[in-house]
Design a protein around this ligand. Structure first.
Ligand code: TXA
Ligand code: MG
Length: 328
């Protein structure tokens, strides 16, 4: 793991030269670039193979820098930032004119968050400017939760990787639309809808389930959120949702991700995940990548049984969202 000031100095030199630096966060690794440099931002789209109409999250050191990338910073944004930042909540607000249209995908709004990892906060503070940070994987694939996942996707000459260890959260931030009413969750994530409602003191609309997607913005073609890209977060191995009976009967051409401690299989190779939502979320993407590495013909994923503790309900929703997209 690399931590010291030398690492940060190298990363800053790379960013100042318009280069890319992958950084750890509490959710997944981000592919960082100077958010105000059009060539650097274009390079992010190019190297990820990301469609131009999918906007990027801007990572800031805190509310003050957050307010500098938006055209207005409402009281509710301040309250949410105080409650959840640094942390896994991205707020979508009208963008300041300083933010390149490449970042906002022409939609006029920008998603902003302060990431909860000391190394990356130190990086942003030392750089003094916000960083774009999509997940550090090729578009449509599984987000990286370890430095080695990033290294497996990109060449070190193209992307300098800051190794901050495995990500604690394991799935992406909650994306909350605050640009106009109704406020709504565009992507469920590690911050629960009920926790957001608790801070705002009013309800917000929930996320759209995969496949249910609302139409893209008719004027700009921009997507209001990732909920529209049904196939996303997907492993290379054809994957489907399954149950213990099917997994028990599967053959040696199959790999299965299971969570029931007593799940068994005659032939399939099993990858086990914990039964609690935080543990499951933390291990999920690593499990999907391990499944790909085994080169099996198909991947079966045991659908987490219902009847989980109510306190974990929102996090299971975010997990179901990712499982739904991984298996489309
Ligand atoms: O946890 C995370 O959010 C990670 C870490 C690195 O911060 N980042 C991440 O970025 O997941 P990405 O690009 O893989 O996903 C961000 C999603 C995109 O799918 C995009 O559609 C949505 O957030 N988004 C970004 N800007 C938006 C905007 N202005 N309006 C609506 N949705 C936006
Ligand atoms: Mg992504």
């Amino acid at each position: 793991m690399s931590h010291g000031p030398e690492e940060i100095a190298l990363a800053i030199a790379r960013l100042r030269a318009g280069g890319l630096v992958a950084f750890p966060t509490e959710t997944v690794y981000g592919l960082g670039a100077d958010a105000f440099s059009v060539p650097a931002v274009r390079r992010v789209f190019e190297i990820k193979g990301r469609p131009e109409h999918n906007p990027l999250i801007v990572h800031v050191s805190g509310p003050e820098m957050g307010a500098s990338v938006v055209s207005s910073w409402p009281r509710e944004a301040q309250r949410l930032a105080e409650a959840f930042w640094p942390g896994p909540l991205s707020l979508v607000l009208p963008a300041s004119s300083r933010v390149p249209r490449e970042v906002t995908a022409g939609a006029g709004t920008v998603a902003v968050r302060a990431p909860g990892h000391p190394l990356t906060l130190a990086l942003i503070e030392a750089f003094g400017l916000p960083l774009v940070g999509p997940s550090a994987n090729r578009s449509g694939g599984v987000s990286p939760t370890r430095a080695e996942h990033v290294r497996a996707e990109f060449n070190e000459a193209d992307v300098l990787v800051l190794d901050g260890g495995p990500c604690r959260g394991g799935i992406e931030s909650t994306v909350l639309w605050l640009a106009d009413e109704p406020w709504r969750v565009l992507r469920p994530g590690l911050v629960s809808v009920s926790a957001i409602e608790g801070v705002l003191g009013r309800p917000v609309a929930g996320p759209v389930a995969p496949g249910e997607g609302a139409p893209a913005d008719a004027m700009t073609g921009a997507l209001p959120g990732p909920g529209l890209m049904a196939r996303h977060y997907a492993p290379r191995t054809p994957a489907s949702i399954s149950d213990r009976t099917q997994i028990a009967a599967a053959g040696a051409d199959t790999v299965a991700i299971v969570m029931s401690p007593d799940a068994t299989s005659g032939g399939a190779r099993l990858i086990r995940l914990p039964t609690d939502a935080p543990g499951y979320a933390r291990g999920l993407y690593d499990a999907l990548r391990s499944a790909d590495d085994l080169g099996a013909a198909r991947l079966l994923i045991e659908w987490p049984p219902r009847g989980r503790p109510p306190a974990e309900a929102d996090l299971w929703c975010a997990i179901y969202d990712r499982l739904g997209r991984a298996t489309r």
